[in-house]
Design a protein around this ligand. Structure first.
Ligand code: ADP
Length: 851
């Protein structure tokens, strides 16, 4: 049924009462039917009717049907639209209702209401689309000018819309094909009009009146569109596409909920785009992001790449492209912060202050990267943290231990499933500023693998000439790292790749002496642990001698980490006692306190009334602190782990104490030798490296060549020490690999003791490389080695003469406790290692025997 041809509606029409929308002839409307009268109409007329006539109903606008059946019919609007019911859809949810699709045919007016129930039926008079209107050209001529004007506006309006949308193109065609008198109704229902305006158009039965009323509505819509286009033009091109794409996306999805979700998501994307535009990212990054967001908009959400792209864009927005904290560097304040946070480590603090001072004066960060090298637990990380604090910068630690893939530093390319940015970019995202202090922890533990060399990637990060345009594979655009302050830490420089080491200024952080450890414990560690466990100094007291006990008998380390842990264990134990004590105090009955094993122990240990384990403790008033003495220590930490075993182990010939350096600090090392009948073989055990094995051979050769001089003989009295004799040398802690030349002097001393049958002094330790001619050459790590000897309670230390300068680094109080023997050749070493000297006594003995 074309909109132009004449129609004839029945004279009696059932009436559908609508309230919210107005149906105009020539347009289609979907309306929900749920009131009793309307439902009845649908059921008995539309669903049961069989003829075309029965699908024609009268739609009366602006009249709501009362919700209850018995209510009187309201006043009906006089004019309505005869409509064809095209589709009826029923549903029971959320309540029974029908959704009706109706197409308007023509106007009618109610002449007389014939019945009200179960639905209203009226006698009606058709008002337009009658024979006399459609075939007479008279009206068109009369209205010529008005209708022409209307037509022009309509064309103008439609052409302002996006012609690529099929519905718009169809509308444009309809404008030419439809009779002019049908246009006002159709256009009114398309353009943005209120119900009131539509109602006025419906009531305008005369065509002339209708044209006159619709033209201003068209003009208003055209002006509105013009304004919209003007504002859109001022925006970027891309914005237009956003608007254009929206309808397309909707068409592709049918259901309403999906539509809503899409919409929401789309809004998110628009938000994201806004964020991208307002973020301060570099021009290059902005370009990439805009390209990506364009792709994102076209991508269905279900595509895996959608989430990938979105994550990428979100990261890009979050990165601190231009956000930084303001440096508040004041050298005097920095010195105070460093001193307050750390005891001792004067050299390190001095160098850090120099570094910061240069920064303050020069106001730029180009320069070597500081690398703190030292055993674990000596405060490398915490100095890094203090530096960030003094500068007022954010701090972020990047652990590099075990990193063997360069993508860990530089990120994975986005083509890779599960791709993500590297640790540097991740760190920047975490701290949210572009000038943090990054602590690259354990650079010496970087490993290589098939996935590339992470050290090479770090080179780019650390090089001030390159790092202003660091390109993470994931981001794929440059990020400026030049404002980041990098600090590295390592246990040893030996395993740091040389190219990386070259970019860093190494600052050695040696281990602590016992006295320093005690100070650190009492100034820093104990207060920290107390706070951590909710204790106060009024509740627990750890005297210095107990701390010393923990240091010597429960820990053997260069740093203070194990000490810190032990103190933590003590605090935990005390916390339990304190909490228990408070609990018991609340209850008057204290009879059971101290029952069980604890109690039995205390009965025998009544000599130490202050002990934590003492029953009496728990009965103490809360203000009496729990004193940690050796017995309490034993209760809490168990029996001592390390004994001062030095003298015991040196009770036989063939044992000497060497000093070794390991990445964990200095250590004392017992070298043991034994001989047995054999064919002159040398057996070495204890996981030795090649250099150490060679030292052993050197030592034997030197002793064999000097056997006569020192009167050294094998078991059968021959000066050929290996004649019918096998020698076994063992370096205990057999599971730990050892290497290096510095054990040379120790091996010589140990073998000299074995062949001479004399005991090496029990308080002597030594280090030094040897030559075949018996010279002693300098070695490294003297400070750590001396500290280890001091920790172990040794008194005399033999070091190579040329290492004398290294002694200056050692604290005065440690030096006071020790006697240093500076040896230039092996004679001097042996002389110092044996009581009463070696060579001289050997000669005397020889002389004696001659006599
Ligand atoms: P590293 O990084 O060298 O392995 P950390 O910085 O993690 O060691 O230090 C371990 C703990 O020891 C930290 O709690 C730190 O505060 C403490 N510490 C180490 N040295 C000192 C010191 N000189 N003064 C105060 N506390 C220290």
């Amino acid at each position: 049924m074309s909109a132009g041809s004449a129609i004839q509606i029945p004279t009696r029409l059932p009436l559908l009462l609508t309230h919210e929308s107005v149906l105009l002839p020539g347009s289609t409307m979907r309306t929900s039917v749920d009131s009793p009268r309307n439902m009845q109409l649908v059921r008995s007329r539309l669903l049961k009717g069989t003829s075309l006539r029965s699908t024609i109903i009268g739609v009366i606008p602006n009249t709501s049907d009362p919700t209850s059946d018995c209510d009187d019919l309201p006043n009906l609007h006089r004019i309505g639209t005869a409509a064809l019911a095209v589709q009826v859809v029923g549903s029971n949810w959320p309540k029974p209702h029908y959704t009706l699709l109706v197409t308007g045919l023509c106007r009618f007016q109610i002449l007389q209401l014939l019945k009200e129930k179960p639905y209203p039926v009226a006698e009606v008079q058709q008002l337009d689309r009658l024979e006399q209107f459609t075939n007479g050209h008279k009206s068109e001529e009369e209205l010529g000018e008005l209708s022409e004007q209307f037509y022009k506006y309509a064309v103008q309006l439609v052409e302002m819309l996006d012609m690529s949308v099929p519905a718009v193109a169809k509308l444009r065609r309809l404008l030419d094909n439809l009779p002019r008198e049908a246009l006002p109704d159709i256009l009114t229902s398309i353009i943005r009009t209120s119900n009131q305006e539509k109602l006025q158009i419906l009531d305008a039965v005369r065509l002339e009146e209708r044209f006159k009323m619709t033209i201003p509505l068209l003009v208003r819509q055209i002006e509105g569109l013009k304004l919209l286009q003007k504002t859109r033009k001022s925006k970027q091109d891309d914005d237009k596409r956003v608007v254009a794409i929206r309808p397309n996306r909707r068409i592709s999805h049918g259901s309403i909920t999906e539509d809503e979700e899409e919409e929401e998501d789309h809004d998110d994307v628009v938000m994201l785009e806004k964020k991208i535009r307002t973020s301060s990212m570099s021009e290059q990054a902005l370009k990439v992001c805009l390209k990506e967001i364009k792709r994102l908009k076209k991508m269905p959400q279900s595509m895996p790449e959608y989430a990938l792209t979105r994550n990428y864009l979100e990261l890009m927005v979050e990165l601190p492209w231009n956000k930084s904290t303001k440096d508040r560097l004041e050298i005097r304040a920095a010195r105070i912060v460093l001193d307050n946070d750390h005891y001792a480590m004067e050299k390190l603090k001095k160098r850090v202050l120099e570094y910061l001072a240069v920064r303050q004066l020069k106001n730029n960060l180009k320069g070597p990267i500081l690398c703190f090298v030292g055993p674990p637990g000596v405060g490398k990380t915490s100095v890094g943290r203090s530096i960030a604090k003094t500068l007022g910068r954010e701090f972020h630690r990047i652990a590099l231990g075990g990193v063997c893939d360069q993508s860990d530093i530089r990120g994975h390319r986005r083509t890779y499933v599960g791709s993500m940015p590297g640790r540097i970019i991740n760190g920047l995202k975490t701290v949210g500023v572009n000038n943090p202090v990054f602590l690259l922890d354990e650079v010496d533990k970087l490993a290589k693998s098939l996935q590339g060399d992470p050290a090479a990637a770090l080179l780019e990060v650390l090089d001030p000439e390159q790092n202003h345009s660091f390109t993470d594979h994931y981001l794929n655009v440059a990020f400026d790292l030049s404002q980041v302050l990098f600090i590295a830490t390592a246990n040893t420089t030996a395993t740091i790749p040389p190219a990386l080491l070259d970019r860093m200024e190494v600052i050695q952080v040696p281990g602590y002496t016992q006295e320093e450890k005690i100070e650190i414990a009492h100034r820093h560690l104990i207060p920290k642990q107390l706070e951590l466990h909710g204790l106060t100094p009024q509740q627990i007291q750890i005297p210095q001698v107990t701390t010393l006990g923990i240091i010597t008998r429960y820990t053997r380390e260069a740093g203070v980490r194990a000490l810190d842990r032990k103190l933590g264990a003590i605090c935990r134990a005390v916390a339990v006692k304190v909490a228990e004590g408070q609990h018991k105090e609340a209850k008057p009955d204290r009879a059971e306190v101290g029952e069980g094993e604890d109690c039995k122990e205390h009965v025998t240990e009544d000599a130490k009334p202050e002990s934590i384990s003492d029953t009496a403790d728990l009965a103490l008033p809360p203000e009496m602190p729990i004193l940690i003495d050796f017995h309490a220590l034993k209760d809490i930490l168990g029996p001592p782990m390390y004994d001062l075993e030095v003298s015991e182990r040196l009770s036989q010939p063939g044992v000497a104490i060497g000093l070794a350096w390991t990445p964990l600090g200095g250590e004392i090392m017992f070298v043991e030798a034994s001989r047995m009948d054999g064919e002159g073989q040398l057996t070495l055990t204890g996981q030795l490296g090649d250099v150490m094995k060679e030292s052993a051979h050197l030592a034997i050769s030197w002793l064999r060549s000097n056997a006569k001089r020192y009167q050294l003989t094998n078991a059968s009295g021959s000066f050929d020490l290996l004649d019918n004799t096998d020698i076994h040398l063992h370096f205990p802690a057999g599971a730990v690999t050892k290497d290096g030349p510095s054990a040379g002097v120790t091996i010589v001393t140990c073998l000299a003791s074995l062949f001479s049958g004399r005991l090496v002094c029990s308080d002597v330790a030594m280090t030094g490389e040897i030559t075949l001619r018996g010279l002693v050459l300098p070695v490294g790590g003297i400070k750590d080695k001396v500290l280890a000897a001091h920790r172990a309670g040794l008194k005399r230390i033999i070091i190579p003469q040329r290492n004398e300068k290294d002694l200056e680094e050692i604290a005065a109080h440690v030096r006071q406790d020790l006697t240093f023997v500076l040896a230039g050749c092996l004679d001097e070493v042996l002389n110092a290692a044996f009581d009463g000297g070696f060579a001289v006594k050997a000669r005397l003995e020889h002389l004696n025997s001659k006599l």
